[in-house]
Design a protein around this ligand. Structure first.
Ligand SMILES: NC(=O)c1ccc[n+]([C@@H]2O[C@H](COP(=O)([O-])OP(=O)(O)OC[C@H]3O[C@@H](n4cnc5c(N)ncnc54)[C@H](OP(=O)(O)O)[C@@H]3O)[C@@H](O)[C@H]2O)c1
Length: 399
């Protein structure tokens, strides 16, 4: 098999959990991939280490003070990586003509503009930053089409669905005989916790995911199951499937990463060990296959694969996400912003775990919903939702 010349990779959010998995896969294939730019928010020490290890042309710190620290660290180590700073510089490296592939692994709304910049520049974009697609789904997919970008899902569920769909699938489920998309969910750390105990769970409890080791925000999203709600919206935009044809299936072992149910009764699933290097390796090399460093699935070691229905009463964030998707326009951006503020308050111990859904619900109720056809409208909805959510958080933290 011929190997294409080294592809230049940009990792937005290189210091995070997805960034680490991506760099692990890239390191195993130095003949194929070279690191062109790495970005972070404030973790200058970690980004300096990565610059010394991978010698990218550019390193971007979104925070300007942290960028000064990074410059000092790299100067002291005689590293020649050029340091840029600020949110605009994230967009600049994402659209750099020399960059071939952009891995979108910033957490939250901060990832929207750089990811959109990469899409608009027609890059191959490996999408982990689901919040970008949730906030601006139509705008984002229109940009993919008009720039002819190659958008590949890295979220393990969406990567599984991508693999289970026909190779020529073009966001038309009926034409491909797709009946349903079945999104699997581990159920998180509180799947079976008595409801009364959820009143007092801590950020440490919520971040102790039974299967996946992830960043703190997505760990809390998994505990509330808002992560699955965001993934329903993400699946809608990626695959053109209406909400009523996207179902959630609880599968605590996280071996089946998602499934496509076809009109003839066939169900095609993708299986693998729960390790994000699998979808990252798949998307990096697509349509080829490369090693990911993940061990082969040992079927004889799997005691059982179980499946159950999600409990919408225990996890109110699921219904909120479906509601926002059905409402359309700016509602998903409102949902996402309110969730980000509520999760931040929970992690800062200003808000109880069960209040997260209440804050999102109240914000969705109050925010005037409008269209989301341009980036300005999306960012305005995001800002307004954050203001409303902060008021709701204050009410509940004072209580
Ligand atoms: N982790 C997983 O297994 C997993 C699986 C599927 C999907 N995802 C999705 O992938 C994304 C990243 O998740 P993660 O778990 O890797 O998160 P994480 O470990 O918290 O890492 C987040 C990254 O984003 C950077 N960042 C944070 N705020 C920023 C800002 N305002 N401006 C610029 N950069 C910023 C961080 O920089 P600093 O380190 O400097 O703060 C870090 O590099 C999320 O959207 C998540 O939903 C993650």
């Amino acid at each position: 098999m011929s190997v294409s010349p080294s592809q230049h990779i940009v990792i937005l959010g290189a210091t995070g959990s997805i960034g680490a998995s991506a760099l692990d896969v890239i390191s195993r294939h130095a003949d194929r991939y070279s690191v062109f730019a790495l970005t972070a928010h404030r973790d200058a020490a970690r980004l300096a280490q990565l610059c010394l290890q991978y010698s990218p042309c550019y390193a971007v710190m979104a925070d300007k003070i942290a960028a000064e620290e990074l410059r000092r660290l790299l100067r002291d180590a005689a590293c020649r990586t050029q340091v840029l700073d600020g949110a605009q510089a994230l967009c600049e490296v994402a659209r750099e003509p020399e960059a071939h592939t952009v891995i979108a692994a910033i957490v939250g709304a901060a990832g929207l503009e750089p990811t959109l910049a990469a899409v608009r520049a027609g890059k191959k974009v490996l999408l982990a930053n689901k919040e970008a697609l949730v906030m601006a789904g139509q705008l984002f997919m229109d940009a993919v089409d008009s720039a002819n970008a190659c958008l590949l899902p890295v979220d393990s569920e969406h990567n599984a669905i991508f693999q289970a769909l026909p190779g020529n699938y073009s966001r038309m489920p009926a034409a491909a005989g797709v009946r349903r998309i079945l999104l699997t969910a581990s159920g998180g750390p509180f799947r079976a916790t008595p409801l009364a105990e959820l009143e007092t769970v801590t950020p440490e409890d919520a971040c102790a995911h039974p299967v996946w080791a992830m960043g703190r925000k997505i760990s809390v999203d998994s505990a509330t199951m808002m992560n699955k709600g965001l993934e329903v919206i993400e699946a809608h935009w990626l695959f053109g499937v209406p909400a009523r044809q996207i179902e959630i299936v609880i599968h605590p072992q996280s071996i089946v990463h998602s499934m496509v149910d076809y009109a003839d009764g066939s169900v095609i699933a993708q299986l693998g060990n729960p390790d994000m290097r699998i979808p990252l390796a798949h998307a990096l090399a697509w349509p080829e296959r490369i090693g990911s460093g993940v061990s082969a699935l040992d079927f004889s070691g799997i005691a059982a694969l179980s499946f159950e229905r999600p409990d919408f009463a225990r996890f109110p964030c699921l219904a909120l996400a479906y509601r926002a998707l059905e409402a359309g326009g700016s509602a998903p951006a409102t949902l996402n912003a309110a969730n980000e503020e509520a999760v931040k308050a929970f992690l800062d111990r200003r808000l109880g775990f069960r209040r997260i859904g209440e804050v999102i619900d109240a914000t969705l109720e109050q925010a005037a919903q409008c269209g989301a056809a341009c980036i300005e409208a999306v960012l305005e909805a995001d800002a307004r939702a954050r203001e409303l959510a902060c008021i709701e958080i204050d009410k509940r933290s004072a209580a």
